[in-house]
Design a protein around this ligand. Structure first.
Ligand code: MF3
Ligand code: CO
Length: 258
């Protein structure tokens, strides 16, 4: 089912989006060499509950994971790219960390992910991966103009990733969002322009380009959740929730003051 939100619901979605972004950026500021992934999960829990919001992850039990997720945020390090289950691991200088967070506030969900390098070093390949997903995300959002179809966004994302020399895996992509975290339509990270559902004002979408340095194959970790690159190469992921408006798209998951 595709949900179209009323203007009042879109206003509530903006509050959820700001909360998700503020939590992510606060956590990114605190994540340093020596920080444990389980601490990040506890900080996320405290901020979600402190804001009167609800986690979309803790009880989440999709077909692609083992049992309820049981944590408040996805923490994916280096070769881990999606659904990273927080574990007892202390971050090292130069680790590439992806934080992915979705919460429900006032009955509306928002979902966002950021990737960044921890500590002082700036490994060139990791920076390139992160910037590629950011560019692809911007290209997808720019394609969400009046009259656009899902295929236009998917095409823009895929072409941007490919122009940077990466292969595109189509097992996981973006999605509609609203009163629940995962809804139709699916937003593949590759596609054909002019195809698919035509965007309507009031639709919320999550766009989420992700890449792996030298493969398009994933493997599932022994934890039953964390998805890693099959070759062990590094990976990155960037995600925003956007609201379709009369004249384009608004990014909802930007931090306060940006
Ligand atoms: N936020 C992810 C997405 O973008 C979903 C994470 S599911 C979890 O679709 F259970 F792993 F948390
Ligand atoms: Co998502």
């Amino acid at each position: 089912m595709i949900e179209i939100l009323s203007p009042a619901e879109v206003t509530r979605a903006r509050a959820t989006g700001t909360l998700v972004a503020d939590i992510l950026h606060t956590l990114a500021g605190r994540a340093e060499v020596g920080t444990n992934l389980l601490e990040i999960d506890q900080w996320a829990r405290a901020m979600i509950l402190g804001a009167g919001a609800e986690s979309c992850y803790v009880d989440y039990e999709p077909s692609f994971g083992r049992g309820p997720f049981g944590h408040y945020i996805c923490t994916s390090v280096n070769d881990a790219v999606l659904h990273g289950l927080p574990r007892d691991y202390a971050l090292a200088d130069g680790d590439l960390l992806t934080l992915d967070l979705a919460v429900l506030l006032g009955g509306i969900a928002a979902d966002s992910a950021i990737s960044f390098v921890v500590g002082e070093s700036r490994p060139a390949e990791s920076v390139a991966l992160v910037e590629s997903t950011q560019r692809a995300l911007a290209a997808g959002i720019a394609a969400a103009g009046p009259g656009a179809r899902i295929g236009d966004l998917s095409h823009a994302i895929g072409e941007s990733l490919r122009a940077d020399g990466y292969q595109v895996n189509t097992q996981f992509g973006g999605h509609g969002i609203g009163s629940t975290m995962h809804q139709d339509p699916h937003v593949s990270n590759t596609g054909r322009p002019g195809r698919g559902y035509q965007l309507q004002p009031g639709l919320l979408l999550c766009l989420e380009p992700w890449v792996m340095a030298d493969t398009d194959q994933l493997v599932t970790d022994d934890d039953g959740w964390t998805l890693r690159s099959a070759t062990g190469c590094r990976t990155a992921h960037s995600e925003h929730t956007i609201a379709i408006t009369d004249d384009g798209a608004d990014i909802l998951t930007l931090p306060t003051g940006s």
